[in-house]
Design a protein around this ligand. Structure first.
Ligand code: ADP
Ligand code: MG
Length: 470
């Protein structure tokens, strides 16, 4: 007997009938119309978007079993969804899932060259505007302890999008730790190495605004279809979808479809899914399906490399002393660092000034307000010595007993954070030590804070005490 779509679908119905109750069978499967069989792909037409989603949410195993039984293990199902049932003057409009690149001709309404994201038509992947900034690459993303896991997960995903178990990949961390840079690097890498893949970067703001626009203009279908054709979806700063029920709902559907079709999803957030508030539970649970990796505040070394690379890229020599000063002093975030460096480059290239500590301090003052404090070295030393119950003289002195060394290092650490003194000057305030001793002190405090939670709590408490007096 010749295999036609009619007989294929009838055979499928027989398999389905055995698995679902008669009432459900009549409601959800009877209305389906088989359209065609193309190789091992069966296309069926369903009456509405809702109908399609209901099937996908409730009957995937049933459908899969039917398709595999009838068409074999490589069998696949595609949907044609009627989104507009039409009238006498215009025919019904349908869209296809899941292979949304192969759209039915009725949707190919225009041939203008405008490939803005929400133009709804068959799209040549190369022409989609990925919204990526080509300047964010892996090459210029400095690796350090603070970002190693996230970076290597990113590299893995960039090699095999949608194939690794890192799907979704959720990267989280505070402001300016490199989330956007890293996810864009993944996007750029995929675009360069796998040109057939459709890559799209959106931040939550774009996503939300486009969604609201689509909602108002009755274009939800187009909105959703647009997103369903991507192979890699990057959604930046997803935490801002908190409390936005409808936007979340839409994202949930897009997420499910993409994930189910083996498409890669990458998200960033300011905290891990477990701490995210204002999200539907079902969405949060999906966020945890793949890999969640954090990016931490960059450590001294990483900052130093970032500074040196950036300056080198602009052909500017920066004295070690200045680079170290910046690496320690800019402890707000890397975006501020970027501002400081750009300003330094401006002074050096356009105003032909020499980059020295003087200039670095001047620039810092204008960019990072927080660092300007009145906390003096004396005050820090006094507070720290009282807190650890060591004599002020011992704190400032040269004795290398552990009970003095740690408070001394902590005091140096706060001098670096809360005053504008250079490393050399801080050293001078602690019995005339040189700047490398101060660097060593700062590093050991940071190391201990990483490994010893009690120590970290102590330092944080002290920091609060000091800040209260600022
Ligand atoms: P986030 O999205 O986490 O707020 P960004 O990705 O915008 O942070 O990073 C802020 C700035 O710091 C950007 O200019 C970025 O290029 C730079 N940056 C962050 N991390 C690194 C890194 N590891 N190597 C080089 N530059 C970095
Ligand atoms: Mg960002």
């Amino acid at each position: 007997m010749e295999v036609t779509y009619g007989t294929v679908w009838n055979d499928c119905l027989e398999v389905i009938r055995e698995q679902v109750e008669a009432e459900n069978f009549n409601t959800w499967f009877k209305p389906i119309v088989p359209l065609r069989v193309d190789g091992d792909v069966l296309t069926i037409q369903v009456p509405s978007q809702f109908f399609y989603e209901w099937l996908e949410e409730n009957y995937v195993p049933v459908l899969r079993k039917a398709i595999h039984t009838v068409l074999g293990p490589t069998g696949r199902l595609e949907y044609s969804v009627i989104v507009d049932s039409g009238n006498q003057t215009h025919p019904p409009v349908a869209v296809n899932y899941p292979n949304t690149l192969r759209r039915s001709a009725v949707n190919d309404v225009s041939s203008s060259d405008d490939y803005s994201p929400f133009t709804y038509k068959a799209v040549n992947p190369q022409k989609i505007n990925s919204r990526l900034n080509p300047n964010y690459t892996f090459d210029n993303f400095v690796e350090g302890d603070c970002n190693r896991l996230a970076r290597s997960a990113g590299v893995a995903v960039a090699k095999k999008p949608g194939v690794t178990s890192f799907n979704p990949l959720m990267l989280y961390g505070g402001v300016g730790v490199g989330k956007t840079h890293l996810v864009q690097a993944i996007g750029n890498e995929i675009k360069n190495n796998l040109p057939d893949k459709v890559v799209l970067y959106v931040d939550q703001n774009d996503f939300t605004n486009q969604f609201l626009d689509a909602l108002q203009n009755n274009k939800l279908q187009e909105f959703q279809n647009f997103y369903l054709q991507v192979d890699l979806l990057i959604l930046d700063d997803v935490q801002f979808l908190a409390g936005r029920e409808k936007t979340q709902e839409m994202f949930f559907h897009i997420f499910n479809q993409l994930h189910q079709n083996g498409k890669q999803i990458i998200m960033t957030s300011d905290c891990p899914p477990r701490d995210m508030k204002g999200f539907q539970e079902r969405l949060l649970s999906r966020f945890k399906w793949g890999l969640t990796a954090d990016l931490q505040e960059p450590d001294f070394e990483t900052k130093l490399v970032i500074i040196n690379r950036k300056m080198k890229a602009d052909g500017i020599e920066i004295p070690t002393e200045v680079a170290e000063y910046l690496a320690y002093s800019v402890d707000t975030n890397l975006r501020d660092m970027e501002g400081v460096l750009n300003s330094l480059i401006f002074h050096a290239t356009l105003l032909k000034k020499e980059i020295d500590l003087e200039l670095a301090k001047e620039v810092m003052k204008n960019i990072i307000k927080e660092i300007q404090t009145d906390v003096s070295v004396d005050f820090i030393q006094k507070t720290v010595s009282e807190y650890f119950k060591v004599e002020l003289e011992a704190l400032k002195g040269k004795l290398k007993k552990r009970e003095f060394v740690i408070p001394r290092q902590v005091a140096m650490y706060f001098c670096k954070r809360y005053t504008q003194l250079t490393l050399a000057l801080i050293g001078e305030n602690f019995g005339g030590r040189d700047h490398s001793t101060v660097i060593h002190a700062l590093e050991s405090v940071e190391d201990m804070m990483k490994t010893d939670m009690n120590f970290r709590a102590t330092v944080e408490e002290l920091g609060k005490k000091l800040k209260m007096r600022m």
